[in-house]
Every structure is written in structure tokens, then in C-alpha cells.
Ligand binder design. Structure first.
Ligand code: NAD
Ligand code: GLY
Length: 391
């Protein structure tokens, strides 16, 4: 199986910035990837490379788990095509998204003579995609980037659209940029090794896409929640394809999240569930529970519920939607007990999130599935409406 979807960005007449997202299901996946990459590298190098002895080179970035499970096949396929690989492996998880990691990797690349001809290959989940993307924007003032997302979350969301960032102590994703990849290679076979927890975390972003722009996707998830939570391959392919089509449409109309007058509030609508979700995620890293910090997708699930509740209290969101989405998220194996997170010290983190503008928060809400709307609210309203009344 090989499906090609396209992210079509408006470009200056002199350049072509659109790129394909390949969904690949089986059969020599890594060999076909290496062929695709080589073809594109050769096209870029053109006459410059011809006649030089230097082999094409890739800076492959991955994490420990993906290195153990999937790196070998990709690295071998690249070597088979004569592509030299400088591999960097970071520890798993959100803590790799730091400026210290960026500096350490950049130093090691400099030592390995990574240069402007080198392409960055981000092989992993959203953490690796964000980290690899930021490195590719910064190193040598910019290197071509290829995303090979290996989590459901990264395939349905993080690998598409060009956002990349690391975290600061003051908040999540505060140090970031935009860099659209040359192409995205969503290898659906990698999802087979994903833990149940990480698979379910990815489903939260699919629910978000359904809420914003594809109500039929919500119905599909409601009908097939068991199959979704167990990663049934054909369903995964459909969820990835529909999510990419939706996200590509939003990114194409407002690539840099600067046009809130665009339909549905432009790209800012994709922050649904994230304004409060990021605050909950950050709080979970500072006071982790028995299960450790929340996964990004788990925090988004809780953020969706909090924001649907807030939307209903503000008279924007259909009041019954919170209960419907709670049932769906629970059926998908996601956490739904949000009340315990709605505390002043957690909500205070919303204020330092990049979505805040002074004391006003630009909240991405939905009126009903398929009808997104941006609503500016004073920060104080967040506290008034979401905190329990004083005893
Ligand atoms: P992650 O990258 O930490 O991956 C989750 C876990 O799955 C990790 O332990 C990883 O080692 C493991 N893993 C990855 N692929 C695997 C595989 N095929 N088999 C087994 N294990 C595998 O987390 P994530 O949920 O993929 O991404 C979350 C991150 O993405 C957050 O930092 C979030 O901010 C970011 N994000 C970015 C965007 C964007 O547009 N740039 C969008 C959404 C989320
Ligand atoms: N995940 C939000 C965005 O890509 O804009």
C-alpha cells in the first residue's frame, strides 16, 4: 500500500513549497523510502554533486526505543543506496525537547562534519519530529528536513504542518519555529510496536480533528472505539489519512497561525484542547503521578473536556458535547477525570502559554462538531468558570 496525500502551501511564484505525505503500509517500506529520499537529494544537489566523490549524507535523529525497534532497517536501506548516515539517539520522552539537547546534538553534528548538503531525518514520535525540525531550522542556518513519524500522534498531527519547538521552564513549545518538511513518510507498520498507552494518546488528536472539521470521523471512532484502541491496521490507515487531509487544509489556509480571520479562526483552531491541555501536561511533569507525567495526547484529552465545558459555560459550545466526548475518550482508553486538574496552580500555567496575549486568552472552541470558533476571553474568566466555587 502506498497512498500519497499533499500539503499544498501557497508559495512565491519562484518556489515550490508543497510536499507529499506518503502513507505506506507494507512491502519493502524502508527500501522505497531510501529510493524516494535519494531521488529527492539528487534532484536538489543536481549538477553540484555530479563529479564530486562525496556520498550523500543524512543526519538521522531518533530516540532509544525507536532506535531499538526501527532504526536498523532504515539505516540499512539508506546504506544500501550509498547514503551515509550520522545517527544520533536521544533518551525517550518529552524531556528531550530542551535547548540543552539541541546544543549537544548540534555540537555532535559539527564534530561529525554535518554540513549544508546534509538532510535531517527525524525518525520517531512527535518529540523527535519537533526536536529534529528545530535543529534543521537552526543548524548551518537551515537544512532540508524529512519526517518519518512512528507514533500515531506524529502521523496524524505532529509531522504535518511544519511547527517545531522545544520547551522552556516557563512553558511548553516556547522556543520554536516553522519548517515544512520535504516529505513525510508515515510508515504504518511502525505503529504495530507502539504501546497501548501511546496508541491511545494519538487518538486524542484524531478526536480533535473530528471535532474541528470531520464530524464523520467522530462517528467512526464511536462505532469502532475498540478497534481504534487496539490499533486495527486498516482503521489506523483511515484515521491517519483523514487527519492529514484535514490538517493539510487548515495549514494551507494559514500556515503560520497569523490569520485568525480565516475560516474557523485559521490555524489557531488546531489549539483546541491544547490551551488547557498544555497547562495540565506541564503540571504533570512538575508533580508526576504514579503513572509518571501525562503523555501529550492524554493531556489533550483532558484539555478537550475542560474546554468543551468552558465553551458551554460561555454559551458557545453545544452543552451536551462534553458528555459525548467524555464517553468517546473513555472508550478510546484515554483519561477523562479532568476535575482534579482544574486547580488554580494548574490554570495559572495557561497564562504563560504562547496562546496567551496579555490578560486575554484566545481560546479555540467549537460550537458543535465541524464548527470551530476562536473566542478571546479574559484570563480571569478561565478561573471563574472552571474552578469549583469556594466552600
Ligand atoms: P513521543 O515522541 O515521546 O513518543 C511517545 C513514546 O513512544 C516514546 O517513548 C517513543 O520512544 C515511543 N515510540 C515512538 N515510536 C514508536 C514505535 N513505533 N514503537 C514503539 N514505541 C515508539 O510522543 P508523541 O506522542 O509521539 O508526541 C508528543 C510530542 O509531539 C509533544 O512534545 C507535542 O508537543 C508534540 N506535538 C507537536 C505537534 C506539531 O505540530 N509540531 C503536534 C502535536 C504534538
Ligand atoms: N498542533 C497544532 C498545529 O500544528 O498548529
Amino acid at each position: 500500500m502506498l497512498t500519497r496525500l499533499d500539503v499544498r502551501l501557497p508559495a512565491p511564484a519562484s518556489s515550490e513549497r508543497s510536499y507529499p505525505v506518503f502513507l505506506v503500509g507494507d512491502g519493502a517500506v524502508e527500501r522505497r523510502f531510501a529510493e524516494e529520499l535519494q531521488r529527492r537529494m539528487e534532484a536538489q544537489a543536481g549538477a553540484r554533486r555530479r563529479g564530486t566523490a562525496r556520498a550523500p549524507r543524512v543526519a538521522l535523529l531518533t530516540d532509544e526505543t525507536v532506535a531499538r525497534l526501527h532504526r536498523g532497517r532504515y539505516q540499512q536501506a539508506l546504506a544500501d543506496r550509498g547514503i551515509e548516515v550520522v545517527a544520533t539517539v536521544v533518551g525517550d520522552g518529552e524531556s528531550a525537547k530542551s535547548l540543552a539537547t539541541v546544543e549537544a546534538i548540534a555540537d555532535s553534528w559539527a564534530g561529525a562534519r554535518v554540513d549544508r548538503e546534509t538532510w535531517v531525518l527525524a525518525l520517531g514520535g512527535g518529540v523527535i519530529g519537533d526536536l529534529g525540525g528545530l535543529l534543521a531550522t537552526l543548524y548551518a542556518r537551515g537544512l532540508p528536513l524529512v519526517q518519518v513519524p512512528t507514533t500515531l500522534l506524529a502521523q496524524v498531527d505532529a509531522s504535518v504542518g511544519g511547527k517545531c519547538a522545544v520547551n522552556l521552564a516557563a512553558g511548553k513549545n516556547l522556543l520554536g519555529s516553522f519548517l515544512q518538511p520535504r516529505f513525510v513518510w508515515a510508515d504504518l507498520t511502525t505503529l504495530r510496536t507502539l504501546s497501548a498507552r501511546d496508541l491511545c494518546a494519538g487518538l486524542a488528536e484524531v478526536v480533535k480533528h473530528g471535532l474541528l472539521g470531520d464530524p464523520g470521523l467522530l462517528e467512526l471512532l464511536e462505532e469502532r472505539s475498540g478497534a481504534a484502541a487496539s490499533g486495527e491496521p486498516e482503521l489506523m490507515a483511515e484515521l491517519v489519512a483523514r487527519s492529514v487531509v484535514f490538517k493539510a487544509r487548515v495549514v494551507a489556509m494559514d500556515e503560520r497561525e497569523t490569520d485568525s480571520a480565516a475560516p474557523g479562526g485559521g490555524r489557531a483552531q488546531l489549539n483546541l484542547g491544547h490551551t488547557i491541555g498544555h497547562a495540565i501536561e506541564s503540571a504533570s511533569h512538575h508533580a508526576p503521578s504514579e503513572q509518571g507525567p501525562l503523555r501529550h495526547g492524554e493531556a489533550v484529552a483532558l484539555g478537550l473536556l475542560a474546554e468543551l465545558r468552558l465553551g458551554a459555560k460561555l454559551g458557545v459550545t453545544e452543552p451536551r458535547l462534553e458528555a459525548r466526548i467524555r464517553r468517546l475518550l473513555a472508550g478510546l482508553g484515554l483519561p477523562v477525570e479532568v476535575d482534579g486538574w482544574l486547580r488554580p496552580e494548574v490554570l495559572a500555567r495557561v497564562g504563560v502559554d504562547k496562546k496567551g496575549e496579555g490578560a486575554t486568552i484566545r481560546l479555540a472552541l467549537v460550537e458543535r462538531p465541524g464548527v470551530p470558533r476562536l473566542v478571546p476571553i479574559p484570563e480571569a474568566v478561565l478561573f471563574q468558570e472552571l474552578l469549583p466555587p469556594p466552600a
